[in-house]
Design a protein around this ligand. Structure first.
Ligand SMILES: Cc1ncc(COP(=O)(O)O)c(C=O)c1O
Length: 403
């Protein structure tokens, strides 16, 4: 069986993990702090806080901005549940909007969905392809949109506009118009979940890039406390002589990353751009070379001038098929011992979100993208022969269903 996305676990990773285990410090400590520093350099933002998941990171930032009941947060209907669930946790209303043909949130739909209740926009870089951030940042800075914004606390007053909190769970290392993900919006949250390009088993990072007059270092320090039960000192600081006494400033959360995770992350980041992304790109190119020869297929957008993907998920679409034909094609691919996937079933099709009143008919592009989509395996150790095997299995399944 060709798996969908196994992690790259080799001796470098296991050695680093064993070293962390033997170091005498396994929770948040020097390795996490070093990983944060390296991520900040890599992403070109102002400060980075590592957390135990992207979900935790996104929720922490919504809470930091004071999002809650009565507020609205705009996000694409086409995303994983995490993006929307964290909004629901805060008591705010998720406002789904439609996508573009490139799978990403439509800037035009964002603009149409903004009300005086809108506090945050959460774009998602689907499959690793960056959203149109110039368009999104332009919208939140428009005078009429700023005038509509109703700040409800000091932070919101300080920003004076809608916050752009980007869900970059898929897009570490992607480049938008020459600039890396992380430096494109106010806040960017990455995921290091087991299936992601860079994995720490579970984990995530919050990239801070807030504009003046915010002091990102100060925000980082505050979030460090907020992500650790509101405790004035972390466990490592408390071990220093005479430093045992601590205070609780607020009822914070428990979102910290461990040094075992950071040990993996440090190895992964070191070889990310020049090795991991290179191999992923080769796989994307190989699939594209095969599928672009056949008019039944639509290949995903992943490089255009100085915008490039992080090559996270290969989102293949098949032209002129419906959802049930797509499902049958997937069944036939699995029969050939190949794992594929669908990214994603749009949230308005899920029981919970349907019960909140959302209807997939209101998101036609989203449904069009979804109903024809099949995600193909992409991972570091996938061999060229296996890429060909996957492609042949897809073509064979399509031949059978469309004969
Ligand atoms: C688009 C998107 N956002 C957020 C998440 C949540 O990431 P994590 O598992 O690190 O919480 C995922 C995870 O798959 C995702 O695909």
């Amino acid at each position: 069986m060709i798996p969908f996305s196994p992690p790259r676990i080799d001796a470098k990773i296991t050695d680093a993990v064993v070293e962390a285990l033997n170091s005498g410090w396994i929770t948040t400590g020097p390795r996490t702090k070093l990983f944060e520093k390296k991520l900040t350099e890599f992403n070109g933002n102002k400060a980075t806080l590592c957390v135990n998941s992207a979900s935790g990171g996104l929720e922490l930032m919504l809470r930091w901005f004071g999002v809650g009941e009565g507020d609205e947060v705009i996000l694409p209907a086409y995303t994983y549940a995490a993006t929307a669930n964290v909004i629901v946790h805060t008591g705010a209303k998720p406002v789904f909007v439609d996508s573009n043909a490139d799978f990403n949130i439509s800037a035009q739909s964002i603009e149409a969905a903004i009300t005086e209740k809108t506090k945050v926009i959460m774009p998602v870089d689907l499959g690793g392809w960056p959203c149109d951030y110039d368009a999104i940042n332009h919208i939140v800075n428009k005078i009429e949109v700023k005038n509509l914004f109703q700040p409800a606390n000091e932070l919101q007053k300080k920003l004076g506009r809608i916050l752009v909190l980007s869900d970059a769970a898929h897009s570490l290392g992607a480049i938008y118009k020459g600039r890396p993900t992380g430096s494109l919006t106010d806040i960017t949250v990455f995921s290091f979940h087991a299936v992601k390009n860079l994995t720490t088993a579970e984990g995530g990072a919050i990239g801070l890039n807030l504009p003046e007059p915010f002091d990102n270092e100060e925000v980082y320090k505050y979030l460090n406390i907020k992500s650790l039960h509101g405790q004035s000192k972390d466990a490592l600081a408390k071990t220093q002589i005479g430093n045992w006494r601590y205070d609780i400033f607020e009822a914070g959360y428990k979102y910290n990353m461990t040094d075992i995770q950071a040990a993996m992350g440090l190895v992964e980041l070191e070889r990310y751009r020049d090795d991991m992304l290179v191999r992923r790109r080769q796989i994307f190119d190989r699939y594209s070379k095969i599928f672009s020869k056949d008019a039944r297929f639509q290949i995903p957008e992943y490089q255009h001038q100085n915008t490039v993907s992080s090559y996270h998920v290969y989102l293949l679409r098949i032209n002129a098929i419906d959802e049930s034909q797509r499902d049958e094609i997937i069944r036939l691919i699995f029969e050939q011992q190949i794992s594929v996937n669908v990214h994603f079933i749009p949230l308005p099709m899920m029981t919970f979100y349907k019960s909140m009143g959302y209807n997939i008919e209101d998101y036609p592009v989203c449904y069009q993208n979804y109903s024809r989509e099949i995600s193909l395996p992409v991972y570091y150790t996938l061999l060229d022969e296996q890429v060909d095997q996957v492609a042949n299995a897809v073509i064979h399944a399509v031949d059978t269903v469309l004969k």
